[in-house]
Ligand binder design. Structure first.
Ligand SMILES: NC(=O)C1=CN([C@@H]2O[C@H](COP(=O)(O)OP(=O)(O)OC[C@H]3O[C@@H](n4cnc5c(N)ncnc54)[C@H](OP(=O)(O)O)[C@@H]3O)[C@@H](O)[C@H]2O)[C@@H](O)CC1
Ligand SMILES: Nc1ncnc2c1ncn2[C@@H]1O[C@H](COP(=O)(O)OP(=O)(O)O)[C@@H](O)[C@H]1O
Ligand SMILES: [K+]
Length: 494
């Protein structure tokens, strides 16, 4: 799915109206009905609603939603916040229509804001993607403060009022803090940013039938890997395939006290369909590997506690390096050789990334399209600090493009950034995955996919998606709190 910016969404809106020969009022009605379906699936008509409307089209949506809810027998109160003299045409039309059977109250000053008790549901339709400047004072600010201090649940229509769709807000901006955001047609870039979590809540997209041709033609740098997008990358096993068909992966992982990382990465690699796996570990890891992971072969380093020498790389179709590796100077030397000599597709993670940060020359040696999987702290060590998540994303795109690497910037909605600067945010995953070893599992999955011949770009998008999906299954089977990284491995499969 594509993610478009506010200007593109306006153009998409206009194109759909013109191309389908419908009016903007009809499109607003469609949007309102899509949101109503979302509401009706979750709340029956004993639920009371208070709708807060601005005077643009987001407010117009709020009025249309109030009318339809009221026709369905829900109890609805509607307030229009008078922050401006002017109103959009479709807002006016909806106001006239609504006032035929429901009175619309006006909020001009703070005292006009009603009490907002726990049992009501608050709909935030103050401002949408038309936000043109931050909200810091005035009656809109008062309304937002009231929504944010009420104990009642808040649902934002399209996007939280005050939140920019595709640019960073300042910490001083007033923004609605919803429990849910129900957004039209596609997620907004703002939803992908960790800094915006309080201003998005749990979000869902409802389809309002905007022009698929327009969306397909419109250029963007931002995509969302959902189930449909992931399915396109999937490959089916042929009847006469054999283990040689699915490649031989090499995992350079583990050191004294950190063999668990090698086991997790190795197990995830095997569970992701690789034909053969060899794990190269220091001597201390030999028995551990043989006993815990009998399906993997073990190649033993000369050193007792850390990796110092590389095995011959010829037999392997992919290589994963980093989980539990440590940063011994002899390991650094081995990685220096690896960065220069390897011609097979690779994943660099964990300590391998920390070594890259400390020895940037290795970064220059890495073959094109090597996959790097930093979490935010590792990325900061690699590329420097940034002021906010938008700036960090720009830095990451720059990094991927200048080094011609594939970057998996991990977190909620991990971003897979390709050497051409395209960004694919991931749909799956949950906070139960914020537990030691989850990243090692991802390295195993990606190394496995590379061994099977997936292009690095596809391996990264598909692997990150499947990693999150396995995490979601694990969370459903247990709960987020009690999940451990091994559970993610247990639920791998597609
Ligand atoms: N696209 C789609 O597919 C569809 C979109 N739909 C809906 O339309 C919404 C977008 O509507 P919209 O463009 O009218 O913008 P919206 O946010 O309601 O208000 C803009 C007004 O607010 C004003 N204003 C801005 N910032 C302000 C501030 N800080 N303080 C005070 N005022 C401020 C701004 O003033 P101006 O910038 O012109 O000075 C302008 O007057 C979208 O989110 C969705 O809900 C659906 O109905 C149908 C399908
Ligand atoms: N809140 C979250 N929502 C979704 N995924 C998450 C969340 N927290 C962590 N993850 C995922 O779990 C993994 C954690 O990786 P990492 O931080 O490297 O862990 P470790 O170093 O312990 O193996 C990443 O793939 C990340 O995307
Ligand atoms: K809103």
């Amino acid at each position: 799915m594509k993610i478009l910016n506010a200007a593109q969404i306006r153009a998409l809106d206009a194109y759909t109206i013109q191309n389908e020969g419908i009016s903007s009022f009809q499109l607003m009605e469609r949007a309102a009905r899509a949101l109503i379906r979302w509401i009706c699936e979750r709340y029956d008509n004993r639920q009371k609603f208070i709708v807060f409307c601005g005077k643009g089209n987001n407010g117009g949506d709020g009025l249309a939603i109030a009318r339809i809810l009221s026709q369905k027998g829900y109890s609805v109160e509607v307030f229009v916040v008078e922050y401006s003299e002017t109103a959009s045409v479709d807002f006016q039309k909806n106001r006239t229509l609504l006032e035929e059977f429901l009175s619309v109250k006006v909020i001009k000053q703070k005292e006009d804001i009603p009490p907002l008790p726990t049992q009501v549901l608050l709909l935030d339709a103050l401002l949408g993607t038309g936000l043109s400047r931050p909200i810091s004072a005035g009656i809109l600010a008062e309304a937002i403060k009231a929504l944010n201090t009420s104990p009642a649940q808040v649902i934002s229509v399209d996007i939280a009022s005050g939140l920019y769709c595709d640019a960073p807000n300042e910490p001083t901006d007033l923004i609605v803090r919803p429990d849910h955001t129900v957004s039209f047609q596609m997620p907004k870039l703002a939803f992908m940013m960790p800094q915006n979590a309080p201003f998005v809540g749990d979000w869902q997209v409802v389809d309002i039938g905007l022009s698929p041709e327009f969306i397909q033609k419109e250029p963007t740098q931002y995509y969302f890997t959902d189930a449909t997008a992931a399915q396109l990358l999937n490959r089916h096993r042929q009847k006469f395939s054999h283990k040689g068909t699915f490649g031989h992966a090499l995992m350079l992982a583990g050191s004294y006290g950190k063999m668990g990382a090698a086991i997790l990465a190795g197990k995830a690699c095997l569970r992701s369909g690789v034909g053969l796996l060899t794990v190269h570990t220091p001597r201390c890891g030999y028995e551990i590997m043989q006993i815990t992971l009998p399906e993997a072969m073990t190649s033993v380093d000369l050193h007792e506690q850390c990796m110092t020498t590389l095995p011959a790389l010829e037999p392997y179709s992919s290589l994963g390096v980093g989980p539990g590796l440590g940063k011994d100077p002899q390991t650094v030397r081995a990685l220096e050789t690896l960065s220069r000599q390897s011609a097979i597709p690779m994943v660099w993670d964990a300590d391998a990334l920390n070594i890259l940060s400390e020895y940037p020359d290795l970064l220059k040696n890495l073959p094109e399209k090597t996959i790097l999987t930093p979490h935010p702290k590792e990325f900061q060590r690699l590329a420097g600090a940034s002021k906010n998540d938008f700036e960090r994303l720009a830095l990451a795109r720059d990094f991927a493009q200048s080094h011609q690497l594939v970057l998996c910037l991990k977190g909620a909605h991990s971003a897979v950034i390709l050497p051409d600067g395209m960004v694919h945010f991931n749909a799956t995953g949950n906070a139960g995955m914020a537990t030691g070893g989850s990243g090692d599992v991802l390295t195993g999955i990606l190394t496995s996919l590379l061994a099977q011949g997936f292009l690095p770009e596809d391996a990264a998008r598909f692997g990150v998606y499947q990693h999150g999906l396995a995490g979601d299954r694990a969370a459903a089977a247990r709960c987020e709190v009690s999940m451990i990284a091994s559970d993610i491995v247990e639920y791998l499969g597609w």
